[in-house]
Design a binder for this molecule. Structure first.
Ligand SMILES: O=P(O)(O)O[C@H]1O[C@H](CO)[C@@H](O)[C@H]1O
Ligand SMILES: O=c1cc[nH]c(=O)[nH]1
Length: 289
């Protein structure tokens, strides 16, 4: 039998909800749409027929309801893979741990988790306005140095190639997302490989007042071609989702509204419209299946 998880390791609020997300198991649907911006939650749930539950704590805003008869949860995560580690661990605990006894359940429940986020393109031919599904997430952050993850041969090769090209002192991690969700939601979208950065400015090669240590990071990554494996866009969460999803046994897919092209240096004036189009695409595909 699994061991009881102590109070200090899995924190449960006095009302029985999980520490950061502030949710109880009954508040969560088995399909979760995850967005970075707390204000984007209502931009998704405004399409619901009914919202049965809503709550917020810190950057985690949750609405659960029905869209065309399908029960969905939409939640915000804030920015960065450190938030995603909390988000994924606590979501998993809600379905795979008995919060009363603190003992992992014998039967595993798999969640479907779909990120609907914004992103910047690192290639000229992927303009702002594109909707892109991430086949792989590549982490330039250090989250996976703290977990033992298994990687395929290709994933290891990609990590080593990026380490070499950027002359990094550490090996980035590369993880494939859910094939099941890509088949379900990827139709009509560009399929790409997403680089997840531990910051918006320097780690994505932006110079405001401080020169980034790797000033040509956009060109180096955008020009990389490893036997046909190419990189497409920058954001700040995808690799964390994919790695935590693999470790915890959940289906995860990251969808990206491209709002900036880093080569042409264009930033779209219609960011909200592109995000809204991606939200509607996601809801329609989920309701149809
Ligand atoms: O629009 P969201 O979902 O927050 O995603 C992107 O936008 C934020 C940076 O502006 C980062 O979180 C990045 O991943
Ligand atoms: O360029 C961009 C745009 C959105 N989000 C990012 O992280 N980078």
């Amino acid at each position: 039998m699994s061991k009881r998880i102590p109070e200090s390791e899995l924190i449960i609020n006095p009302d029985g909800s999980i520490y950061h997300l502030n949710l109880k198991p009954e508040h969560l649907a088995s399909t979760v749409i995850a967005v970075g911006d707390p204000e984007r939650v209502s931009k998704v749930s405004r399409y619901f027929d009914e919202i049965e539950f809503s709550i917020s704590k810190r950057e985690f805003v949750t609405h659960t309801g029905y869209y065309k008869g399908k029960r969905l949860t939409v939640m915000s995560t804030g920015m960065g893979t450190d938030n995603i580690e909390i988000f994924m661990t606590e979501l998993d605990a809600l379905v795979n741990i008995d919060l009363r006894t603190r003992i992992p359940k014998e039967n595993h429940t798999t969640l479907n988790i779909i990120r609907v986020g914004t992103s910047g393109s690192m290639r000229k031919e992927i303009p702002a306005g594109t909707m892109l599904a991430s086949e792989y997430g590549i982490g330039l952050d250090t989250l996976m140095a703290f977990y033992n993850t298994e990687y395929s041969h290709l994933e290891q090769k990609v990590g080593r190639k990026i380490q070499e090209d950027l002359e990094l002192s550490f090996t980035p991690y590369c993880v494939k997302g859910s094939k099941k969700l890509l088949d379900l939601l990827g139709e009509g979208l560009l399929i790409g490989n997403t680089v997840t950065c531990p910051g918006f400015f320097g780690p994505q090669g932006r110079e405001v007042r401080i020169k980034p240590a790797i000033p040509d990071i956009i060109e180096k990554l955008g020009n990389m071609d490893l036997d046909g494996f190419k990189l497409s866009n920058f954001e700040m969460e995808t690799s964390g989702y994919y790695a935590m999803g693999r470790l915890l046994g959940h289906e995860v897919l990251s969808l990206n509204a491209i709002i900036a092209n880093r080569i042409t240096q264009e930033f779209t004036k219609g960011a909200y419209g592109i995000v809204d189009k991606l939200i509607q695409h996601t809801l329609k595909k989920l309701a149809d299946n």
